[in-house]
Design a protein around this ligand. Sequence first.
Ligand code: OFO
Length: 167
Amino acid sequence: MDKTLLKEMNKQIQEELYSAYLYLAMSAYLEGEALPGAAHWMQLQQQEETMHGMKFFNYIQSRGDKVELLELEKPPKAFGELVDVFKASLEHEQHITARINTLYELAVKVKDYSAQTFLSWFVDEQVEEEGNAQGVLDKLEKVGDSKEGAFFIDNELGKRVAGGTEE
Ligand code: OFO
């Protein structure tokens, strides 16, 4: 694989595993805030991110290239109100979308057709990732300061199942 593309793919393992770490930190925080449904939602999100990181890990190896694991930053401990947690999640997903787009542009530039096919899964996945965070955020903004509203949404978030795309 092209050297720069390989370097960015390795960096993407770090980005995806940091995403997993960030969602795990959000889950721990929400559990402490007595929001078990949202904590569960974040745990499942963490599993998806680990799977994303592993997709890059396995793809690099399938091309006969070397995986290089980078350091993971410490995630924040506190995130504010439930609405702020989902705002942070959406912002993070927008950052990841920008990363995936950069990787795709690079794969086009170096005419790596296999990498383009591999990355197109992530291009689609990011639409879903941003959509999930935005969907929950819209509901939270609708209920505003209502404690009952937040309780209801937390309950809904607790129904998320592994592999599901909905909150
Ligand atoms: Fe891996 O999509 Fe979210 O971060």
